[in-house]
Write a protein that binds this ligand. Sequence first.
Ligand code: ASP
Length: 344
Amino acid sequence: MTSEKTTSILVIYTGGTIGMVQSPKTGALAPLTFKNLYRYLPMLENFHCKIDFYTLKPLLDSSNMTPVFWIKLAEVIGEKYESYDGFVVLHGSDTMAYTASALSFMLENLNKPVIFTGSQLPIGMVRTDGRENFINAIEIASAMTDETPIVPEVAICFENKLYRGNRTTKINAEHFGAFLSGNYPLLAEVGVYIRYHQEAIQKPNFRKIKVHRELDDNIAILQLFPGINPQVVSGTLDIPGLKAVILETFGAGNAPTTPWFIHHLKEAIHRGIVILNVTQCKGGTVDMDKYETGVELEKIGVIGGYDITTESAVTKMMYLLGSGYRGKELEKLLQTNLRGEITV
Ligand code: ASP
């Protein structure tokens, strides 16, 4: 029996483990073609929605991901936006949180689901987690109430959980549950039913989508550790052309108060380098007023990043710099919740 397919989903395949199958001859892993995808997921034929596929070449292990590729991905979604009800992006899990964060900023006024998924085991393996992740992602991308998508935002679907994309971090290299959203609740949980947590999901604004294509990669991450020496700090802050630094601090945004350290940061800020304070902790927020070791940073003009993830901070910074924001305006936007990435 065939039923009418009322929704349509575009699956964009970018690479990663999920798309790998084992060659019966050599045993080596090779990328899947969408022709043989149906061999591994025959149930897709009976899905209630129409599914089209798009391969974004070259297929990448996501460790090779770059802003250039993010722009290509955003452009494909922009071009196909009116033709589909939702999008599923198959992506390696290693940098999925970065790509999902980047896309959340690049796709302004997104009113349709863009659901990222991948897997820890190739789809061609018997115990793969890819099958379940893929099917759940399609189900979620096509879910509607009153002709409005239930999840009109960039999200990551992994191991029966749906996370806001720009709130996630990959925290495990071998568990099927590879992601964490330490500062934001799940958008949905998948069991016998898919339970959507409506109060946590972005509301559509019904405005026209705007695809931002400019990203500025003149940024660096400086992660603090006890014993960090002046050469490491100045080596980072003195990079030619550097515009911004994501400073990964301790706890609630704390850093050493030792004079050489404060001096280097202060001098960089005077040269116009933006320093955004994010915590190394997987949960909690930066609050520079809490301890003496944070107050020092605030005094010299370090910007508090609230509870943003490093992935989101990196991509938000690239997006804002790429869009031409500088000075006070940039500072204000870094501390503004643009796409659900921070709690202020
Ligand atoms: N190295 C792979 C990638 O990120 C791992 C995965 O697919 O999950 O592309």
